[in-house]
Ligand binder design. Structure first.
Ligand code: NAD
Length: 503
């Protein structure tokens, strides 16, 4: 079924040098309301020339921006914080309109992004260097952190406001100019962000938005005036972006996809674990990189746990994200919805048990809906286990022991998030020691670290050596300079061709 097209399409362009700019490439992409299936907008894709113009504007702005004192930057970030806070509902409404997530979830996304802005309001503290007096006689050594210049961010569809905030807030606070290439599926939140940053008083050119597809991404990856790029998206593109960017001499961090396991031990509070599995498996229709995708039921936890999850599923209200009673919205596109639904065929064909079929419970109004779905008896060879489904399909893998559960998690190629449900503190402590995953939850299903820690997975969930936001974000967007200084005393000056000694 092809999507209906409304007569008045919203045209979504770029933001370059402090103002909205209409795209000139003539290439565009559709933006949908996923809850109705209607095309509501048309996003303009940047050409290479438009990318060049944007980077030139950012480069010009970065020269002045890096001279802004820390106290001026702090004051500005407090204003940015205030405006984002005042407009949180406006941002959230754009997310629900283009992504489809329910409004309460969109507000949660905005909140978690704003927390990163709150963190960088302390930029003066975060950029403090080190100082060693009298490192050698009459010589002091100190380190300073400096911005990189122009940096870029390329972001995924599933967090159109929060993930950009993870990047631009620390990047700009550190003194860089920023170019954002948001997902072409839900591009509007970035433009509202640009307006708010201008209103807060951020100088023109420090924050820019270029809409686009692979052409824009490739132009950013090759651009000689971009020093570093943060990417968040799927693993194949993350790997490509990381490899291409590093080859072009840039500092890169590329966060990829995930397959997050929730291990439930027999001693766990099963009701609590079932609540967590349903919340973290189906929240945002499973379109979260930290969504629980696999429940690993250990020993005799399986039957009781599957029954408890099954019992909760009919109560999950699926519908339009603007309806306050909806708990789960549609998927982002029809194509993605159909791909997710295909696991409800391939799973049983490969031996899984289909406990709940979301095709039967989805609203039937032309929107990209799929109801909550549950596959039991999934094994590691099945597509439903191997692929990042990124939708409301939860798989249950049954294993006999804790050791088998740990091995399953550690052998998985992804390593973003993992959760353990147990009442045994000793086992939990051993698990956090042994597990090869970047973010661990103990009786917490979506362990997204708070803003003053850093976010990032291991293995194929992150390419690069710096996690995003928090202290590692500050590291990523700065480079340190070590200064060795002596204020000359002419009386002690001599020629000495030996290597400088510190003693
Ligand atoms: P995606 O990889 O398709 O797109 C991400 C970005 O890359 C977009 O801006 C897109 O325009 C661009 N892009 C797409 N194809 C490209 C290509 N061939 N060449 C160059 N650029 C290209 O990801 P998505 O579907 O938007 O987002 C969902 C994925 O993101 C999931 O895999 C999810 O796990 C992952 N994700 C990861 C994290 C994390 O922190 N690890 C967070 C959110 C989302």
């Amino acid at each position: 079924m092809s999507a209906a097209v409304t007569t008045e399409l919203k045209v979504i362009g770029h933001w370059i040098g402090g103002e909205p700019v209409t795209g000139e490439s003539g290439r565009t992409g559709p933006v949908y309301n996923p809850a109705t299936g209607e095309q509501t907008g048309e996003v303009q894709f940047a050409s290479i020339e438009e990318i060049d113009r944007t980077v030139a504007a950012a480069k010009a702005a970065s020269a002045t921006w890096r001279t802004f004192s820390l106290s001026k930057r702090t004051e500005l970030f407090f204003r940015i914080y205030q405006l984002m806070d005042e407009h949180r509902e406006d941002l959230a409404r754009l997310l629900t309109a283009e992504h489809g997530k329910v409004l309460s979830d969109a507000l949660g996304e905005v909140q978690r992004g704003i927390e990163v802005i709150e963190y960088v309001c302390g930029i003066a503290e975060l950029l403090k260097g080190e100082y060693s007096e009298q490192a050698s006689t009459g010589i002091d050594v100190y380190s300073i952190r400096q911005p990189l210049g122009v940096v870029a961010g390329i972001t995924p569809f599933n967090f159109p406001a929060m993930v950009p905030m993870w990047m631009w807030a620390p990047a700009i606070a550190c003194g860089n100019a920023f170019v954002l290439k948001p997902s072409e599926k839900d591009p509007s939140a970035s433009l509202l962000t640009a307006e708010l940053l201008k209103e807060a008083g951020l100088p023109d050119g420090v924050f820019n938005v270029v809409q686009g597809d692979k052409v824009a991404v490739d132009a950013l990856l090759q651009h000689p005036d971009i020093a570093a790029i943060s990417f968040v998206g799927s693993t194949p593109i993350a790997r490509y972006v990381y490899e291409t960017g590093t080859k072009a001499g840039k500092r890169m961090q590329a966060l990829g996809g995930a397959k997050n396991h929730m291990v439930v031990l027999p001693d766990a509070d099963i009701a609590m674990a079932a609540d967590a599995a349903v919340s973290a498996g189906y929240g945002s229709a499973g379109e979260r990189c930290m969504a629980v995708s696999v429940v690993v039921a250990v020993g005799d936890a399986g039957d009781e746990l599957v029954d408890a999850i099954k019992e909760r599923l009919p109560k999950v209200k699926v519908g339009d994200g603007f309806d306050p009673s909806s708990e789960m919205g549609p998927l982002v596109t029809r194509e993605h919805r159909d791909k997710v639904a295909s696991y409800l065929d391939s799973g049983p064909a490969q031996g899984a048990t289909l406990v709940a079929d979301g095709r039967e419970t989805a609203p039937d109004n032309g929107g990209f809906f799929l109801g909550v779905s549950l596959l039991d008896d999934v094994t590691p060879e099945m597509d439903a286990y191997r692929d990042e489904i990124f939708g409301p399909v939860l798989s249950v893998v049954r294993v006999p022991t804790y050791d088998a559960a740990l091995e399953l998690v550690n052998e998985n190629p992804y390593g973003n998030g993992v959760a353990l449900f147990t009442r045994d503190g000793g086992v939990a402590r051993q698990f956090q020691f042994d597990v090869n995953v970047g973010m661990v939850g103990i009786n917490v299903p979506i362990p997204v670290p708070v803003a003053y820690y850093s976010f990032g997975g291991w293995k194929s969930s992150l390419f690069g050596d710096r996690h995003i936001y928090g202290p590692e974000g500050i590291d990523f967007y700065t480079r340190t300079k070590a200064v060795t200084s002596r204020w000359p005393d002419p009386a002690t000056s001599t020629v000495d061709l030996g290597f400088p000694q510190t003693r």
